[in-house]
Design a protein around this ligand. Structure first.
Ligand code: SF4
Length: 483
């Protein structure tokens, strides 16, 4: 029997999420925070580029690797265990954030007990980076935590000849530093072939009248700002040191995505426009290359100006997400955002003038936030007229400046969720906060002009992609009708 097709059918998913080999040596498992639980708030599912890079590097070294992406497939625990049993990989790499750690440990125990050929179970991602000691210990099934950008390190781990020469696990370890890769142009492109599933998508309105097939790309890593709520849970890269790829290298990858059949691209950069000259150069390079791949990105409101936004629009940018978080200058300070409310006003005005759609990200429940602060946020939301909003709750994930070890005495961080107000440090009762979140959405959806504008620009894309759009509508409706 063809082993690949067996594995694919076992997890019940399409082949683009699962690439297998007859003698797989490394299996990556991406475990979402909501596995086996229902999440009422619709969430984007972006392809795990760090795993894609690691797989590309492993393949360069002749190491066979594959991915079980539970976030994209929603495979059941039984299906994932069966797929692991079938593959019997030598190294299992679990990719999990703090809320997914109980599931990661349970899967690691299963591997240790049932798959004797697996010599190492490695944990990567935000939790391994910031709280490695919490998962290592005499009874732990985790052998190694890699902190930070693990792509190169995992190749060392998988290919080290002495790593487990006896066939038994060596002492538990944690990589000493939080890794931040420098040579970004030296990396191969991530294995995008793995990510062709239509389940990878973002909910941004784009107006793009094609079948949606989202490709993802990372042109820079790091962010020098220090917003108190920011943590590797919410980030796509590590560290404050901003590192960039050359424009030629980025354009080559965009072309690769286009050639693979992706019809939209999303830049996962944490702060896409920090260096404005670089983005001007990138936009020129995209135009010169004659690419026809519409794209979206996200940034801070104080990192744009009108000429830049116009250049981005000309180069195929359809939608820009920006972190507004709050309309209260007091809360901006509290969050250590470092921007002005006027930056928000200007950025959204310029984006509209440039013809870009916008997504505004808001946070409710920040430390000390009052109803008066929320009213100011409400005002700014109405004023800037974004094309879409996302409203999350302030959550001091481990790794953020707001995370305080004393919090763990009263809150289990594995229960944290920025879509459920689990930790409430504001002056507003939790049930009121939850209601405010829904009111933000309802107010936004019912405001004059939104339905008309959305229907005008998105009806055809939604019709062409009805199979993807209707589930999103259903999820959104069930979230808004939640009591
Ligand atoms: S929230 Fe955004 S701008 Fe703030 S530190 Fe994190 S990545 Fe940087």
């Amino acid at each position: 029997m063809d082993r690949r097709s067996l594995c694919v059918s076992e997890v019940g998913e399409d082949a683009s999420c699962v690439l297998g080999y007859a003698c797989a040596m490394v299996t990556f498992v991406r475990i979402p925070s909501w596995w086996n639980r229902r999440s009422a708030h619709p969430e984007n599912v972006m392809s795990p580029l760090d795993i894609g890079y690691a797989i590309a590097l492993l393949e360069r070294r002749g190491v066979q690797a594959h991915l079980l992406d539970i976030e994209a497939t929603n495979a059941s625990p039984d299906a994932v265990r069966r797929a692991l049993l079938d593959r019997s990989p030598e190294t299992v790499v679990l990719h999990a954030i703090t809320p997914a750690i109980p599931d990661a440990l349970s899967l690691a125990r299963f591997v240790k007990e049932r798959i004797p050929s697996t010599r190492k179970v490695v944990l990567v991602g935000q939790h391994a980076s910031v709280l490695p000691a919490s998962v290592l210990g005499p009874a732990s099934p985790i052998d190694l935590c890699i902190r930070g950008e693990f792509e190169r390190k995992i190749v060392e781990v998988a290919t080290a000849p002495t790593f487990d020469a006896t066939g038994t696990a060596t002492a538990q370890q944690v990589s000493e530093t939080v890794l931040e890769l420098d040579d970004l142009d030296e990396l191969p492109f991530p294995s995008h072939e793995l990510f062709r599933s239509p389940r990878y998508r973002v909910f941004h309105p784009t107006g793009v009248r094609r079948r949606w097939r989202w490709g993802f790309i990372l042109s820079s890593r790091g962010c020098p700002h220090s917003c108190v709520y920011c943590s590797p849970t919410l980030r796509n890269s590590f560290g404050s040191r901003y590192r960039t790829r050359s424009c030629g290298n980025v354009v080559a990858e965009l072309r690769h995505l286009q050639d693979l059949g992706f019809t939209l691209a999303h830049f996962k950069d944490d702060l896409f426009t920090l260096h404005k000259e670089r983005i001007h150069e990138l936009c020129d390079a995209i135009l010169s290359a004659g690419l026809r791949l519409p794209w979206t990105a996200q940034t801070r409101p104080d990192a744009v100006d009108e000429p830049l936004l116009r250049a981005m629009k000309r180069a195929g940018c359809h939608t820009l997400g920006m972190g507004v978080e709050t309309g209260s200058a007091r809360m901006v300070q509290q969050l250590r955002k470092g921007n002005r409310i006027d930056d928000v006003r200007n950025a959204f005005r310029w984006a509209r003038a440039a013809g870009l759609r916008t997504v505004a990200f808001f946070i409710l429940g920040s430390p000390g936030e009052t109803e008066a602060d929320v009213s100011e946020t409400w005002q700014i939301m109405r004023e800037i007229e974004p094309s879409m909003i996302q409203v999350a709750f302030f959550t001091p994930y481990p790794g953020s400046a707001a995370w305080d070890a004393s919090l763990s005495a009263s809150h289990d961080p594995t229960s944290f969720s920025h879509y459920n107000a689990v930790v409430n440090l504001s002056a507003i009762p939790t049930d009121r906060l939850q209601r405010l979140q829904r009111r933000f959405y309802l107010d936004f959806l019912t405001r004059t002009g939104f339905v008309r504008e959305y229907a005008r620009s998105e009806w055809l894309p939604a019709l062409i992609n009805a199979d993807k759009f209707l589930p999103f509508l259903k999820l959104s409706a069930s979230f808004l009708m939640r009591r």
